[in-house]
Write a new protein. Sequence first.
Lengths: 451, 451
Amino acid sequence: MPVTDWTDADLAAAAALRDRALKGTSAYEHVSSLVTEVGPRLAGSAGDEAAVRWAMNRLGKLGFTGVRTQDVLVPRWIRGTTEVTLLGPAPQPLVAATLGGSIGTAEEGIEAGVIEFDSLASLSTGQASDIKNKIVFINERMERTRDGEGYGKVVKNRVQGASVAANLGAVAVVIRSVGTSDERFAHTGRMVYDVSAPRIPAFSLSNPDADVLSRQLKTNKQTRLRVKSSAREMPSTWSANVIGEIPGTDRAGEIVLLGAHLDSWDLGQGALDDGAGVAIVVEAARLISRMDRKPSRTVRVVLFANEEFGLSGAKEYARLIGEEHAKHVLAMEADTGIGPVIRLETQVAPESLGAIEKMRKAMEPLVIDSGVNTASGGADLGPLRALGVPVLDPVLDATLYFDVHHTMNDTLAKVDAKTLDQTVAAYAVAAYLAATKQGDFGRLSPVPFDR
Amino acid sequence: MPVTDWTDADLAAAAALRDRALKGTSAYEHVSSLVTEVGPRLAGSAGDEAAVRWAMNRLGKLGFTGVRTQDVLVPRWIRGTTEVTLLGPAPQPLVAATLGGSIGTAEEGIEAGVIEFDSLASLSTGQASDIKNKIVFINERMERTRDGEGYGKVVKNRVQGASVAANLGAVAVVIRSVGTSDERFAHTGRMVYDVSAPRIPAFSLSNPDADVLSRQLKTNKQTRLRVKSSAREMPSTWSANVIGEIPGTDRAGEIVLLGAHLDSWDLGQGALDDGAGVAIVVEAARLISRMDRKPSRTVRVVLFANEEFGLSGAKEYARLIGEEHAKHVLAMEADTGIGPVIRLETQVAPESLGAIEKMRKAMEPLVIDSGVNTASGGADLGPLRALGVPVLDPVLDATLYFDVHHTMNDTLAKVDAKTLDQTVAAYAVAAYLAATKQGDFGRLSPVPFDR
């Protein structure tokens, strides 16, 4: 009788693995250790270096094999100090963050009138005569959704706002934070300058501070802001991807990849972004290593350098593996917080969808919906997917994620151990089944990777 | 037939006043205006000056009579910059606040080992040999309660911690924030130096940052901190109490006092502390001024200067009124956020408790419990109570208040307009009934005021 996908013994082992994870894992302890012993770890910083050492030590101690690094060139942006002040009879300091990659200002800062727009689209159609020499304020609120879809709709304000405003003569741009919380934290994140536009400094305001500015503008069109930043770009420097493996048995040359990123923004502790992801993939692989029934394929954990500032770790990984990409049977990433997993999306060969459905059934007590087969798989998997590697994309509940994402408030206090265990269970089952499956998940059509 | 306390017409007017308030008031708009047009207003700062002007303009515009100021001398403490860094392989910045009144450090800061205590009591019994040249960390968590009782239990860490630690040879003190939130905000507030103790700088850490430090100390007793502050004391300066009245009819010389404080801490917007209180008492009085049936006694709103830094506004008010204190029939303060009112406490002559119960019945749809007759009435009423003025103390629901109190996160986003209306309704009914009551609420035994 031909075996399709998995034997009953494979599926029973996966179920036992799942139940083992639900009894309690060490995932919380991994995050706690990372944020306590290292803390913030912006690409290229001392914290980033410490994180690489932390990861090698941890993977080594947990019994991973082939623990190694890949050197990765990363940008080195320094935030310096940020001051945004609402001028008036009593100048009022606003809680703000300089956006990642922004230039700084001269020491005395920039003082100017403010013009408000409700979106990047309305800014784009603004009049240069109204905008010239002003500070542009893009005041668009991110919507809270379960799968974080609201983020994609407004993050372009952060990425493109400065250059769109600069092309219309603005001297600086200030955006409402791309985040859902009404706590007073400003949301940072990467912005990008168009080569054709003048470079102007870019800031975000916390939601309550965007409210203050907007209310001021309603009663006083002459409202002025002063913005100051000592942000600067240093020469690029070196960081590293950290890799460790749970070796396969009869098909050890084939790889199931579990990815997360080791770097974080500098403002918070990087507990959710992406300490949680690191913990999920490390712990899922560790639990697999403890099984009696070993996986046929190798489970490779890759902790990518520099996701936040241009994905250079992910690009370098895809470059360095060369033709080995063809041996990557499936790739999964964890980079949207602690979970739980609510849906299983994929981008695999259509003939593998039956296997994906069996995989989902193996997770059944976790209550995970089926999803589309057009998933991206996550930022760090982009270069691999472009090479044709199929991806499994567990969608994590992100209802609260964007309350703290990219803010000072991304701390261990937001990590719930039980939820993390549920997510580990789903990742472990998926990785184990991918590593034991008869046959693969097909290949995707290669496309150029242009991010 | 003799009238006891109130006529039916008085009670009917009070009920109509209550229902009018519950339909919606301008209280939210008062807070919004104060935090938008003024913002933070630490005693003696430019914001404090702007707040005095704001209050005079607002009371004038709302039709209060006798709008005036009383000059008040206030301390002028400058926070400057604060840096607390957890030293280690990758130094980790901790979210901290310099405590109000603390001295600063030399420019290079203070770097030392850390010794942790779970309370001020255990610090007090610590060994000088263990503590000498260390930074003392008092790690006691405030308990969340409905009436804010948890605050009183731990606030002594903030007030007395520095001098207790200094007497044992510590070089600085760092306390867990006196607040209930796990968001990453440090709680400021006043600390006081004993004259007999060396002066050392004092800081608070946000709860998540206190967690990081405590976890570090568990695995590494050699953990070191660097603390830096440019805090300094300037010469005392002038601020002002702002007073406005709704004049009484036949007993206009007798006064029902409604108090709140105009100053705030510098870190937040002072929306809850005490913008909400200002709005509650101003709006309660304004609604009374709009009634057809005028109160017999004068309702006097006093917006006190400098509650936060030593109560000099309250003390000066009590001094300046001289013998007029005997004409103060009842005093009420609002200084614990937006409400709702959950209980009616008092300190009045026992024979007036029947009238207080009738007052509570007049608020009935608001669901307010009766309370003790040993209430303090609030910080700004201390000097008046010491002179014998009876107080009514509406206890506000403070379950969430200490999440934001004295932090950067005290913003308008935390003000719910409907809740504020309910609180205004209770204050308006109480003030109106006090101002129409036949007979008074007795007098308290005068005591020395020593805060």
